[in-house]
Structure formats: C-alpha cells, structure tokens
Design a protein around this ligand. Structure first.
Ligand SMILES: [Fe+2]
Ligand SMILES: [Fe+2]
Length: 202
C-alpha cells in the first residue's frame, strides 16, 4: 500500500467552510443556508471520523441549496444528481470502511446495524424522488422529508454511532480507515447511478 498522506487536524470552522465550498462549486449561484450544525468533536479531525463529518457538512450544504431552487430548473437537476451520487457513494464507502469493521465487534454490532438500515431508507427516498416530477409542488415537500431523514441520520452518526465506534476501535484503525474510505468513496462515486422508482406512498 502506498504511504497515505498525513492529514493534519483543521480548525472546525475551516473544515466546515471547505466542505461547503465543495458543494457550492456545483452551482455557485445558489445560496447556502445550513445554519448552525450540531456540535461534534470530530469535525476537522485527521482520522476517518473527521473525513466523514466533512462529507456530512458537504451534504448539509447540498440539501439546503436544493431547497433554494425552483421547478425543474437546470440547477435543481444538477444539484439533485450530485446529491444522489454523493449520498450513495458516501454510504457505500462508509459501510465498507467503517460499519463493516464496527459490526464485527459484538459490543458495537447494533450501532452499525442502525446506521446501515437508515442508508437503505435514504436510498429508497432518493429513488422515489428521482422518479417523480421535479416541477410539481409535491416534489419539494417530499424532498423536505428526505432532508429531515438525512439530517437526523448524520446527526445521530456524529452524536452516537461514531462515539461508540471510536471507543471500541484501535487508534491505528481509526487512522487507516480514512484512507480506505477515501479510496472506496472515489470508486463508488465514479460508478454511482440514479435509480428511478416510486417507492413511497406519501
Ligand atoms: Fe451514514
Ligand atoms: Fe455518514
């Protein structure tokens, strides 16, 4: 394995600003209003947890940007495509790098199971939204449900499941898993496809 680049800790505000900038680069005209984010000690850390929170902040920004778009505009289409690829790639790489390792330990099996089960629900919500008419007024209402669900998911990861995982993983693993996540996320994002299927009644 190639030597992984050493990543230094970043101040929380800088880490958050960088993550938001990545989301903004997709549609620079669209404003971002993510407001305050739940407090976490992981933001800016050079380990896998800091890297995952960086993605979460990027996703918080994308979610808030989509809410600022209207109808079936190019901006909404572009941002929703990016969100779908981001969320799917992040979830898959998080499972491959972190949750599979956490699940193996009987003390933390339930934490991993919880996070993975929510990934499945989020996937279904994304497929459902992709299958519906973006120009209809109901689309944004359904999108708001996805946003709530996802914000709940990442908040819980940061506040509960990452905390439990950190307690039970060796320090070496926590560092090493960042590189595994990076590698898998890039591969998953390159291959991510949009599934379009009505799955939800309301
Ligand atoms: Fe997750
Ligand atoms: Fe996550």
């Amino acid at each position: 394995m190639a030597n992984t680049q050493t990543t230094r800790a970043k101040p929380e505000a800088a880490a958050k600003a960088e993550a938001i900038a990545k989301a903004r680069s997709i549609a620079p005209e669209v404003p971002v209003h993510i407001g305050s984010t739940p407090r976490t000690t992981f933001r800016g850390n050079p380990d896998v947890f800091g890297r995952l929170v960086e993605d979460h902040d990027r996703h918080r920004a994308l979610l808030s940007m989509i809410e600022q778009t209207t109808g079936a505009s190019e901006e909404r289409k572009t941002l929703f495509l990016e969100l779908t690829k981001e969320l799917k790639a992040h979830a898959a790489a998080e499972e491959q790098a972190l949750w599979s390792t956490v699940m193996r330990n009987p003390k933390t099996t339930d934490f991993a199971r919880h996070a993975v089960a929510e990934h499945k629900e989020i996937d279904e919500m994304l497929a459902d939204l992709a299958a519906r008419d973006m120009a209809s007024p109901g689309w944004l209402r359904r999108f708001a449900n996805l946003k709530d669900e996802y914000l709940h998911h990442i908040r819980e990861e940061e506040q509960e499941q990452f905390v439990a995982a950190e307690e039970h993983l060796a320090a070496q693993d926590i560092k090493h898993l960042r590189a595994v996540f990076e590698r898998r996320k890039a591969a998953e994002k390159a291959e991510a496809t949009v599934e379009k299927k009505i799955k939800l009644k309301h």
